[in-house]
Design a protein around this ligand. Structure first.
Ligand code: UDX
Length: 456
């Protein structure tokens, strides 16, 4: 089939490459000239495992074309998918201005060039009611041939997006028209099976299902993160508690890993967007608000524990892992960067390392923080190490070698990679999120951020 993907970002480019990989004829329209030129030269502006090799393959064999604008021949396509950004506005609402501008452009050109019906589908995460609004835009355009509106939300995780595209738990198609659903069944032929179903829903249900899934996952994370704070107090072990919870098939073991908070371009945006959608409809989504509040508080707790562990206020802190999760160079809403902000506010020198995100981190802080390719160099003369992102590169660090590099032997493990025993044997005082603090000194630390920042 012939597909047009509008938007060459994380969602659009991954979808375009994977559809082309399936043998479809795909055109990806990226209106940003520099991004478009880079893609045409087979350069991808972000790291995503497997994507580059697949991109080169389909771009070279002609299944994928990159354009900077919609062209008349694009209207010979079966489906036009909208994969443009819907960023969070200050109010928390999803900003769909780029999406509606794209729809306006498409309908204006369709009036002149469309010679056959086509499907206009959202792929981006959009507020409930967006598809219905696009239907009204289509009606107002008074086109000669029908344009069918659909919603096909993506469930791709950064760092495993290609895998997730080819192994969907479900494919959701929101549309009023069964024939449109049949077209999507053809489009995704080979991907959907009994265990990976393609499901027909209404537009609103498809749109809400995406927010519901992401927000529930974020809520699960905030739940276990708050439980981790309680474990620190009552002496329970959060990792074992999560494991025991997850043994209940109704709960499931995934997304119960304690952390300094969820980040990325989706959970923070989608939780706020759903909260806004609720409020706009007179429903106060209190569980969602709780998940957002807990996530905002989590990094403050981690900062307090770091400062408490050091006892003597640190002058230099090392951050291992600045990407918001492993296997990506994306630092958007990364908990590690929120911690760096608090350290800089306390006039503490920050040294950091990350396997993929050094450049994206430096783009945020410039020379205000100090990058090192090696975690051991990043630890030099440092008062504390914070393991903030669970890269595999950090699962087998030579702790004794790290200890020897440092000025003061403090280790904060926010991703529960190491045990207190391992860290103690290597000579560290340690705080492990949800597993408490172990050090030899009994001085009671300050307990609020203002006191700490004044003393630093
Ligand atoms: C998410 C959804 O998983 C995906 O389905 C959707 O399409 C896009 O948003 P993504 O944001 O790329 O994907 O990453 P994800 O793996 O979900 O992690 C999001 C954040 O949650 C990361 O900061 C991660 O560190 C954190 N997280 C994840 C936890 O803190 N604990 C966990 O157990 C899992």
């Amino acid at each position: 089939m012939k597909i047009i993907i509008i938007g060459g970002g994380y969602v659009g480019l991954v979808s375009a490459v994977c559809f082309a990989n399936m043998g479809h004829q795909v055109t990806c329209v990226e209106q940003n000239e520099s991004k478009c030129m880079a893609l045409q030269k087979q350069h991808i502006p972000f790291y995503e495992p497997e994507l580059l090799e697949r991109f080169v393959d389909v771009h070279t064999n002609g299944n994928l074309h990159i354009q900077s604008a919609i062209s008349p021949e694009n209207f010979e396509s079966d489906v036009i998918m909208l994969a443009v950004g819907t960023p969070m506005a200050p109010s928390g609402e999803a900003d769909c201005s780029d999406l509606f501008n794209a729809v306006t452009s498409i309908l204006t050109l369709a009036k002149q060039h469309a010679t056959r019906p086509f499907i206009l589908s959202t792929k981006s995460t959009v507020p409930v009611g967006t598809g219905r609004h696009i239907m009204s835009m289509v009606a107002s355009a008074n086109l000669e041939r029908p344009v069918h509106v659909a919603s096909n939300p993506e469930f791709l995780r950064e760092g495993s997006a290609v895998h997730d595209f080819f192994h969907p738990d479900r494919i959701i198609i929101g549309t009023e028209d069964v024939a449109v659903f049949r077209t999507f069944q053809q489009l995704y032929k080979g991907l959907h099976t009994e265990s990976r179903p393609i499901v027909h829903a209404t537009l609103e249900t498809a749109e809400l299902s995406k927010y519901a899934a992401n927000t529930f996952l974020a809520t699960k994370i905030s739940f276990i993160n708050e439980l981790a704070l309680l474990c620190d107090k009552v002496g329970a072990d959060i990792k074992q508690t999560a494991k025991l919870m997850g043994m209940d098939g109704r709960i499931g073991k995934y997304f119960l890993n304690p952390s300094p908070g969820y980040g990325g371009s989706c959970f923070p945006k989608d939780t706020h967007a759903l909260q806004f959608i609720g409020a706009s409809n007179g429903i106060n989504l209190k569980v969602v608000s709780g998940a957002i509040h807990a996530n905002n508080h989590q990094i403050d707790h981690c900062f307090l524990q770091l400062m408490a562990l050091c006892l003597v206020p640190p002058t230099t802190v090392t951050i291992l892992g600045t990407a918001f999760k492993p296997n990506t160079d994306d630092v958007r809403e990364s908990a590690a960067l929120k911690l760096i902000d608090r350290l800089l506010a306390a006039n503490i020198r920050v040294q950091f390392s990350d396997p993929k995100a050094i450049q994206t981190t430096k783009a945020v802080y410039g020379d205000r923080i100090h990058a090192h390719e090696s975690p051991y160099d990043a630890a030099k003369n440092s008062d504390a190490i914070v393991l903030a992102t669970e890269w595999n590169d950090y699962r087998h660090l030579d702790l004794t070698r790290l200890h020897a590099k440092m000025k003061s032997p403090n280790f904060v493990d926010l991703r529960l990679i190491y045990s207190h025993e391992e860290l103690s044997i290597a000579g560290f005082n340690a705080y492990i999120l949800g597993k408490g603090m172990h050090h030899n000194t009994t001085i009671s630390p300050p307990t609020d951020i203002e006191t700490i920042q004044q003393s630093a």
